[in-house]
Design a binder for this molecule. Sequence first.
Ligand SMILES: O=C[C@H](O)COP(=O)(O)O
Length: 303
Amino acid sequence: MATIVPTLFSFVRDTCKGRFDVATFEKEVGRDFDNQEITQAISRYEQEAKNMRNKDEIRKVIQYIDLTTLNGDDTASKVVALAKRAINPIPTDPSIHCGSVCVYPQRIADVKKFLKSTNQTCHITGVAGGFPSGQYHLQSKVLECELSVADGATEIDIVISRASALEEDWKTVHDEVLACKKACGSAHLKTILATGELKTLSNVYKASWASILAGSDFIKTSTGKETVNATLEVAYVMCTAIKRWYELTGKKVGFKPAGGIKTVDEALGFVALVKDILGEQWLNPTLFRIGASSLLDDCLKAL
Ligand SMILES: O=C[C@H](O)COP(=O)(O)O
């Protein structure tokens, strides 16, 4: 594990005041990861997932889910049906509900209208900020965040600029997230790293730090649209960054693996990892979500 050097404290303080120093960022958060250590940890999490498989854990998994539809043919009736499912995912147990319903910006108002007309509550996550590619002007990313919040989103999932990350322009990655954070106001910001496109674990770690330093409430692995989405390997690296941040500041940033998580066993692997690296205190929907469009089906089958 890397040692936290004392200057990291002043770097964090300065960055929180809006001064992002590129050289210090590279020096303080640049590090390599021991692949063998990660592989061994992953084997433990996969084994632990098998041990954890019981109805209580599956009910908890359902409550972590951001129940998602992100398709070109999403309509008002489709997202309303999804919201109904998120509010009452287990028909026989009205006490359980999903973390949120997650939709494209143009569908947020449909969900909000339904919740208002039926006097029900449910977090609405809107993907914004040029989701999923991030290849848009910053002005349109910011406007998309503002419009999504105005339409009723309580949580916003943005994507980082992978182009800037791959060009090692971490200041731009940081500054864009910061601008979106401001645009979100009181809505929670989840920042998607799109780890499958970042090429190295070192980049995943730096992208985690750039996003956390910019004020993200959560960091999220993937959009679900990359070729490689959530893996335990990138989750290990991202949770290591969250842990370091907590050790330095006492502030808790949430973690959201998303994309390609379809089975109870896969979901429990992430639960085991979070429990090991961040501890039980992270295992609740305010700090842990799973973004998934089909995981709920497998959970219900297993109950
Ligand atoms: O943020 C959530 C993801 O887009 C969902 O991905 P999925 O459809 O592979 O479950």
